[in-house]
Design a binder for this molecule. Sequence first.
Ligand SMILES: Nc1ncnc2c1ncn2[C@@H]1O[C@H](COP(=O)(O)OP(=O)(O)OP(=O)(O)O)[C@@H](O)[C@H]1O
Ligand SMILES: [Mg+2]
Length: 334
Amino acid sequence: MGKVIAIANQKGGVGKTTTAINLAASLAATEYSTLLLDIDPQANCTSGIGLEEDEADASIYEVLIGEVPAAEAVITTEMPFLDVIPSHINLVGAEIEMIDEMQREEILSSALPQIRRKYDFVVIDCPPSLGLLTLNSLTAANSVLIPVQAEYFALEGLGQLLNTIKIVRQHLNPDLEIEGVLLTMFDTRLNLSNQVAQEVRRYFGDKVFETIVQRNVRLSEAPSFGKPAILYEASSKGAKNYMALAREILENNEEYIESHHTNGEEGTEEALDEADPAAGEEQSSNPKQPSEKEPSSEEEQDEEAPAEDEGVTEAIGEASDPEGESPPADDFSL
Ligand SMILES: Nc1ncnc2c1ncn2[C@@H]1O[C@H](COP(=O)(O)OP(=O)(O)OP(=O)(O)O)[C@@H](O)[C@H]1O
Ligand SMILES: [Mg+2]
């Protein structure tokens, strides 16, 4: 039963896709069978791994709307241990189509067990938002990896992300862990990068990966050749950084891997059910349209839980209200 790691940060351009592709490829290079799942309508992961638009018969879109089972959307890559479920621009519509579904935050987690058992790791590339697609990913995931760009305003918006994680834990996926915070695009020549690294470590402590991904032009070139850096230029700093990240994640997950490295022999659907008790029932039994949502005071949002008759998606939508956005502060509790 593979470990599902969602790569999430609603901030754009922080290195989510680069991390998803290169982490997945590095795990696969270490012979851990890995599924790279692209759930971003931008489909950067899909093209970055070498798939042409419309090359695939099915994408995550068809999986989410229930048209095909996940297994049928899986595509093999030139790496023997790496498979992909591609995305497609029509995924933009999925969020709207999903909004009327019962338990709409749990569609992915219901679709995944069928294929999860085939893999040691499932790496999900999330879009730059805290919408339904990211919520589905966080609900289906065992852990979330948060890339943070070593730049000005690195911590901006992270309070919102952590609040979302907290809400998901309370209502949808109590076992969701933080896999780690990853510093990306680190420029060794810049004092600023070091300052940001210090700041991030001050807030997140040992949740920050020891591995730091440096700014490396090979990492930005590789996707246009449809390759992970390890295949494009294995000796590049970028490829090495992501191999180091994979090793660090493997070390951190030794226990999990030992107990789950079964390649699907065990009955795993029960295991997933256990990890995901009917937590969604309460809030999903009466899903409301976003337009119907009642304004709730900031105080209530801070109280974490959405009101009883309110969907989790709405609660997060409200918590994401820019006015409610708190600067990165002491409540970065993980
Ligand atoms: N370590 C790095 N060194 C150099 N360039 C990088 C590095 N990481 C990412 N990039 C480049 O930065 C840009 C943004 O990275 P990426 O697409 O991975 O971010 P993202 O968080 O997935 O963006 P979005 O939020 O739009 O999905 C891309 O052009 C990518 O090639
Ligand atoms: Mg991306």
